[in-house]
Design a binder for this molecule. Structure first.
Ligand code: GRF
Length: 192
């Protein structure tokens, strides 16, 4: 057990989960967000990170796949855990091996339903709607070399009304994500 754990957040898009996580751990006594990494130079979370004095790094897919440069980035910031928050690139095998059971992701469905390559954002909620499911939710899980297949840490569900559109389903699920992702990360890391 370490006295303090240092986390890097990887995010590609809107960054609402990343923002919630940054806020949640702002004055935590044992968990600190030390780095935000994005493959999208206009990701909103980069601005938020900077205003919270958190280091940021924009990387390309090939930089992510370059073992030496990514591991040296993480080592420079002494990163213990990696948190994926809407990060669309697949974690390369060397990173999964180095951070085994130390990479956490959130997915906007009740896995194993609607997971895998190409299942993200509205594609997920449209599939849920087309299947006529009566519930959806989010899954917080450990990351392995395959999209959305690592050990599940927590699932939370919400009801879907027949009149709900895919957009409305997505909004309900995102509320769950914001409420549960950071506390689940905290609980998991504090159990190490
Ligand atoms: C979330 O729905 C999350 O489950 C998925 O990507 C989305 C990211 O949303 N992995 P945001 O960028 O955090 O707003």
């Amino acid at each position: 057990m370490k006295a303090r754990y240092r986390l890097a957040i990887f995010a590609s898009g809107g960054g609402s989960n990343a923002s919630c996580i940054i806020n949640y751990f702002k004055s935590h006594n044992r968990i600190e967000i030390v780095l935000v990494v994005s493959n999208n130079s206009s990701a909103g979370v980069l601005t938020m990170a900077k205003s919270n004095h958190i280091s940021t790094k924009v990387i390309t897919r090939s930089a992510l796949n370059d073992q030496d440069s990514t591991l040296s980035l993480l080592a420079t910031h002494d990163v213990d855990f990696i948190i994926l928050a809407g990060f669309l690139l697949l974690m390369p095998p060397y990173l999964v091996a180095k951070y085994t059971s130390k990479i956490i992701n959130i997915h906007p469905s009740l896995l194993p339903k609607y997971g895998g390559k190409g299942m993200y954002g509205h594609f997920v909620h449209e599939a849920v709607k087309n299947a006529g499911d009566k519930e959806s939710g989010c899954t917080i899980h450990l990351v392995n070399e395959h999209f959305d297949e690592g050990e599940i840490l927590k699932q939370v569900s919400c009801e879907i009304l027949p009149s709900d559109t895919p957009t409305q389903i997505g909004e309900s699920v995102l509320k769950l994500e914001h409420a549960h992702y950071a506390p689940t990360i905290e609980e998991y890391i504090m159990s190490w």
